[in-house]
Design a protein around this ligand. Structure first.
Ligand code: SF4
Ligand code: SF4
Length: 269
């Protein structure tokens, strides 16, 4: 694992196993033993409101301390302002989190993608960005056999790369096709956004930025050089701009009928 920045890394306890590259049988055996022990510990020690980050101790708890358990971080996206052909949000996410196209469009990572939708009645076409919807009832976490997929107390859904065994159950469970499996050997990872060959990943809502009190890279870029379509904030704070807008405007979540209560809302102004 190339998480070298122990000040900012929030992924796992120190001394955990590497996940980049091909694991040897010995490493695999150790990994399974670690997962078994860690999963049991998580099951016993963690409550639904305490994240897996808390069990690493030390620096891992630094991020936990900045976590607001009363918050529900979310996004509001105005599809009318999301320009056709604009992909500033995608580029910003790639640059921030260190993923890129590798020439394999069927399997390349897609933390965020532009999707074209068409109204079958009117024929109207629109483009919108789709990323992990940070569901309040995340099916990915429900099916994960190791506890690698989890939701933080502030609503951000993450994958603990050291617990992920690459079974991809979560990819099948996700109704938004928001997750990717890493096939390639990784180089030049961002220490604050650790990835691992053979594991699953998805949008982290730029959790490293959120924990510093900043907004996600896609939102920042959209507002600086894109269409100004994206807003980030605390949906649980009635005084926040995003909560006010969601309360006032007609907005929707993708497939609200599924009952997973996404933290990403869409509107058309
Ligand atoms: Fe999980 Fe998919 Fe929901 Fe994200 S959108 S929380 S990956 S089920
Ligand atoms: Fe959990 Fe998904 Fe990893 Fe399987 S692939 S262990 S479901 S995070």
């Amino acid at each position: 694992m190339s998480c070298t920045d122990k000040e900012t890394c929030t992924c796992t306890p120190a001394g955990s196993l590497p996940v980049d590259g091909e694991a040897s049988p010995g490493i695999e055996a150790g990994r399974r033993a670690f997962i078994k022990a860690g999963g049991a510990f998580a099951t016993i020690a963690l409550t639904p409101t305490v994240t897996l980050m808390s069990f690493g101790g030390g620096k891992a708890n630094a991020a936990q301390e900045s976590l607001d358990p009363k918050a529900r971080w979310g996004l509001l996206i105005d599809v009318a302002k999301c320009g056709t052909g604009c992909s500033e949000c995608v580029s910003a996410c790639q640059k921030e989190n260190g993923w890129q196209d590798t020439g394999h469009p069927e399997t390349d990572a897609q933390w965020i993608r532009k999707v074209t939708v068409k109204n079958p009645k009117s024929g109207a076409v629109a483009e919108l960005p789709v990323m992990c919807q940070h569901c309040d009832e995340p099916p990915c976490a429900d099916v994960c056999p190791t506890g690698a997929s989890f939701k933080r107390a502030d609503g951000i859904v993450l994958v603990d790369k050291h617990l992920c065994i690459g079974c991809r159950y979560c990819m099948m469970a996700c109704p938004y096709k928001a997750r990717s499996f890493i096939h390639e050997t990784l180089i030049d990872q961002k220490p604050y956004a650790p990835r691992g060959k053979g594991t699953v990943e998805s949008c982290t809502m730029c959790v490293h930025r959120v924990d510093r009190g900043e907004i996600p890279a896609c939102v920042e870029s959209c507002n600086l050089t894109g269409g100004g379509a994206m807003m980030f904030g605390n949906l649980n704070d009635p005084q926040s701009e995003i909560a006010k807008r969601v309360a006032e405007l007609t907005s929707t979540q993708l497939r609200p009928d599924l009952g997973v209560d996404p933290g990403v809302h869409y509107t058309y102004l």
